[in-house]
Design a protein around this ligand. Sequence first.
Ligand SMILES: [Zn+2]
Length: 398
Amino acid sequence: MTAKLFYDDLYAKEFDAEIVSQSGHEGRYNIILDRTLFYPGGGGQPCDLGTLSGVEVLEVLEHGDDIIHITASPVEGRNVHGIIDWSRRFELMQQHLGEHLFAGCIWNLHHIHTDRMRIEGDNVSIDTDIPEDINALLEAEAAANEAVWQNIPVEVIYPDMNEIREHARKLPPENTIPPVRIVKVEGVDYVPCCGLHVSSTGQVGLVKVTSCENHKGGSRIYLRCGRAAYRWLASVYGEVRKAEAELVCGYDSINEKIAILKSQIRDLKAQNDATVSRFLKPLADSLVSEAELQGGRKIIRHIMTQSGQDDVKHLFRLITEYDPEAVALLAGVNDAGIFLTFGTSRGNKGVDVRPAFRKAIELLGGKGGGSPFCAQGWGKNAEILSEAIDEAVKTLQA
Ligand SMILES: [Zn+2]
């Protein structure tokens, strides 16, 4: 049975212990000590890392009454000196208490129940069974930060079950054997928890909601707390500074500037469409008027050089607008390759361009697909493009 020193002193960083057992092979050793500061993980909080007499601890697990330290190489001797990665542990304790503050506040203010806390890197996530409620999130965030500024001590108590039932935000799992470890922040939270937390709320520093997503009919809330929240804000500030420089404005005008740019892009697109139409209309017009019926169908074939998919799609739209009965086999060739659009208007029932398209795209060594009315894709072998379209015409007439 390993004595859990981490519960006695949350701020101890080093310890001495004796090896009780060591087993394994090169690459993975399991070391059990008589006592340890290494928290094995639990309640959503990852395990501690660090070193045992200079040997790196890769993982820490709890197995029955023992705590197992996993290393890649053996530890020499019977007595060991352990050092935990304090920066990691402190951040995990900040994140864990930050989660309690947020979960306690959203429960107290809105009776929203949260569950399945996980700390993964800089993210703390919790699940709720209700959809995102942005007002509730922001109110709970504000209240959690108020609790931080009040610097309330964090108590660990072992009350009887009646008191727990009366006060706890959630009950311990059914199979829990008393005494139940309760983590209490006066006026904010009272919850069963086996994890480690900083000893006062002020040490959390900051609680920030960073996102919320739909999850299994409810929502998953992401938080950053403590140093992880600071890192996040520093990175967001860096991005905001870049946007300010690009847009030549202050952060409070970024959205206004983006709206102006989007509207300018819309106008330019409309102008571009109008210009392209002016150039393509005469071509569409002559293709439609010069096309002859072939096997009872008006088949229009045309290859556009130095043209990409936008031009081909535009010409296709114009042709099917001018003559809904026409079947267009169009290709655009430029440095990017060959773009094919075969199709007709949606009203032209009884036409399926897919077999003809497949024939051509196969010959051209390309890929693509679509509906009976319109198939599109990219091909390569430009030197046989004309023959490929010949074959497609034959397939259409078959
Ligand atoms: Zn906790």
